[in-house]
Write a protein that binds this ligand. Structure first.
Ligand code: ZN
Length: 42
């Protein structure tokens, strides 16, 4: 399974990705986009 940020779409190995549940689907988000996820993405 490819790990990539579902917000910015990057899949760089040196980045840190965190698993999260978005719209009932498990996805990964990079730490850079995490604040956006917390504050809400629309
Ligand atoms: Zn990202």
């Amino acid at each position: 399974m490819e790990i990539k940020c579902f917000i910015c779409g990057t899949s760089e190995k040196e980045k840190v990705y965190l698993p999260c549940i978005h719209e009932s689907v498990e996805k990964f988000v990079c730490v850079r986009c995490l604040p956006m996820l917390i504050h809400g993405v629309h």
